[in-house]
Ligand binder design. Sequence first.
Ligand code: 4AZ
Length: 850
Amino acid sequence: MAVLSSRSVDPMKYNTSTQMDEQNSHASAKPEDEQSVSNISVQIVNAEEKLAKRIFARKNHGKSKSKKKVKRTTIWNFQNKIVLFTLILFVIGVITWTLLWLFIVEAENKDALYFVGLFRVANIEFLPEYRQKESREFLSVAQNVQQVMNLVYTTSAFSKFYKQSIVSDVSNNNNGGLLVHFWIVFVVPQAKGQMFCEDCVAAILKDSIQTSIINRTSVGSLQGLAVDMDSIVLSAGLRSDYSSTTGTGTNCIYDLYADRLHQHFPLDITATSGRMICYFKLIALVGHLIRLSIVSIQIEADNCITDSLTIYDSLMPIKSKILYRICEPTNSLMSFVSTNNLMLITFTSMQIQKWKEIHGYFEVITQEKCGNTILTKERTGFEGRILSPYYPSYYPPKCICTWNFQTPQKSLGIALKFHNYTISEKSLKGCERGWWRINEHMYCGYYIDHQTVFHIANSVVNIELQCSSKLSEQPLLVEYGSYDISQPCPAGYFQCSSGLCIRQAQHCDGVNDCFDESDELFCVMYKVNCNVSFSLQRSSLACDGIHDCEDGRDEQNCTKSIPCNNHTFQCRDNVCIKKQNAKCDGTVDCLDGSDESNCSCGSGKISNIYHRIVGGSDAQEGEWPWQVSLHFVGVAYCGASVISREWLLSAAHCFQGNRLSDPRTWTAHLGMRAQGNAKFVTPVRRIIVHEYYNNRNYDYDIALLQLSVPWPDTMKHVIQPICIPSLSHKVHSGEKCWITGWGQRQEANDQGSIILQKAEVEIVDQTLCHSTYGLITARMLCAGVMSGKKDGCKGDSGGPLSCRSQSDGKWFLTGIVSWGYGCGRPNFPGVYTRVSKFASWIHRYVPLVL
Ligand code: 4AZ
């Protein structure tokens, strides 16, 4: 009403209507107009007064009173009609606009939430007609299930938000009955989106199923449908998947039936332009499984942001049914096995700039029973092998394998040699990548980069492997054989308390090779003897690449490391090449390119200007040109080191979790001293976390980051790479190195530093560090000062431990800030990733020649 009133006295409008009224003064008066005028706001009175005055003036000019009266009434009526008309228009406008606004706001604030799932219906037999989505049979069964789902959700706590359920597939399966794949859609105000968790939506469905305790079966009744409780899987789905698989989105969707055993059905995908999402539903003969083999895949390598190939253990893109995701191009054969007669492969490409190609095939295979009973030979030594299910394929996430071993004599036990794998006693936490039960002892399995041997001092050994990972796992090969319990390890080997045999040289080398620490216990005495009886222990200490003796004599005169003469250069693969000056001449002479590696890194140029060795805490501008600050969603979170134009090295633990592993959440700040003043900032394109990273003990704590934009040549004065030490690069305890970062300056103060901090630390003897922490693996090293005070802390993780080479003055990335007990505590040095162990892993991705 307020708006209406003010408009009615708009002077402009009023004047215009007055003029018009005067022009139309001959028009006759209408009583109903008068009536309507009287309804208009009181402020109109002003207009009436003005009008009256004018009429009065005219009257004085000698015009007849009666005529004037008629004219006045006419003018009044007409003028008000216009005002009224304007007002009505205005009111209608306001109402329409308000409604429209309300509608838009309402619509904007509501989200459609999609859930995708499956369950098995035991009391409906599969009919071939179900394969045709238009068939009467499919429509009838789909309608039946949809009605049941409607009833479940319209009578639930979520009824207000429930929109619909759609059955997208019904198929046969190896457990009998029908496997029903469905979508559930809710329309939810944004504020209430949180309450729609996957478990909550699944719980409503599960709670609606009536099971009988007497029957002791997982199949219950859901409005007449015999639904298998154990088969219910449900996860949040994507709108794009919903529209594609329910027939409104992409038409790149194929149902492929494999009805012959062991025949290779080709699966080749080529994408040349645009945005692409394709679905390949593979359905095998009932009672069988599907093996998908990927021969080669050429896709963009950026953590599945642009391109991805996802393999599901279902017919719909259900997150919890993902068997594997391929995000990297590869030419090596990989194969995956389903747990049922179905598989879905989705290929997504967000933008196609380059040619994308996937070559592979799938086949129908028979179900394998894994495990057996094995009687070993009397002769000791490895004699056979046990394999993960469907070896050499990746093994599916659900399996139980049991091997029962029996040796011919009580004096013989069972030895297991795990390839690229180890087992260690299970703690209270569960095992992430499957677990083992060996004669009632529980162990977790871990993938590592070498073999480990495990002994069980018993003639009867029961071994159970439970595959309990979320995804398919790399194939496993374990050699077995009998061994003499009284003489467990072959000559030259040391036996850990767990039964594991390690090379004698690994005993007391300061590295926890046994995983139960037993190889590093009681070693201090052994060390003291180093000087006294070096010749006696020579075989186990000398020339193993580890600095065992304090005076370094164990690693002196080691001929194996100097096979090349003064006129030749020794490549990293130990090949000698002719020219001495082959190093850094711009031509790759070594097959492995090592003559051209570390040529333009760790330059001492800047260090000559700044005297880094001098203590102090604030770093100088340009002093650590390889130091990078990694920002996660805009906040400084971890450190990293520049190792080439487009690659950084950091710690794997910085990228653990859904959001942290997404390169789009990170930016790299290079050439920076004070936070916010980086000379070069770029988004991160790709994160490669080491495949053996172990989030329990921080083993293999290393990750490579590829920059979206390589830093330019013009930044050379402030950005420079640090050298990567080779595997044989030695680091000596007591050696002085530097740690740098913007992390916390105190353990208790959770604020990072604005100015880059530096601290000089000492490499700590590995045995001493092991006695402090226990679990120090060969991929770790310790550095600090025993008084505490100088240490890395939260926020420094991933940053460099830089050591300057005595021989050529170059700076080497000896370590990566990884973990430790608190920060700067006396006797608790920082633990760093030993970078030299990863030289070849790094060069798998980063070219040797910069
Ligand atoms: C961290 O939380 C962290 N004192 C890094 C290094 C150390 C401790 C904690 C070593 O990122």
